[in-house]
Ligand binder design. Sequence first.
Ligand SMILES: *Cc1c(COP(=O)(O)O)cnc(C)c1O
Length: 223
Amino acid sequence: MPSPIDCVARLADAKARLKTARAEAGTTREVEIIAVTKTHAAQTILPLLAAGHRLFGENRVQEAEAKWPPLREQFDGVRLHLIGPLQTNKVKAALGLFDVIETLDRPRLAAVIADEAAKSGRVPSVFIQINTGEEPQKAGVIPAEADAFITSCVSEFDLPVHGLMCIPPADEPPAPHFALLGKIAARHGLTRLSMGMSHDFEIAAQLGATEVRLGSALFGPRA
Ligand SMILES: *Cc1c(COP(=O)(O)O)cnc(C)c1O
């Protein structure tokens, strides 16, 4: 287990690596680090909050429900992203917890989010997850269906779609997947790209990521 000091030092290290990677690619676009805290207890996260970090990601509604409301009471300005698959029966809870839902990937889910947002007045920012590698076991819209789905989320469901998210196949070079995500986003004027994890975030930053999602790079391996 890394010590608490470690995650603060590791965040600084990740920021430095991002800066170098962006300078190499000649890009000045800001890249935010989403600290992915799934499986980690509040205790582990506290040093980052105390050091001023405010952007976090969780992949399960139930886990976030137990962990984040008390932390939000202690620290102002926390922004929480849902980065794991969302079931429709968890949408109501998710809207109460998350500022951004990154994993919208099907019409039924869009309909339920729109419906719950209208009822509760809590409208999350939405990213659409694209299954760039067309992997059957992975969530996300396949690229061939992305344009129609993005358009329907905006015009039919009236959702505030701000970006796209992807998780490239583990056994392929990620760069073509990041480039494809950027291309689809550009066609729709979407400005946010959530791509890049601990092992490939520098490449993602060079290809236009606006947020990278870092878990093990900050907190060490998950149990
Ligand atoms: C767990 C997870 C991450 C973080 O993965 P690391 O390799 O530990 O950085 C990023 N994105 C998603 C969607 C995840 O589920």
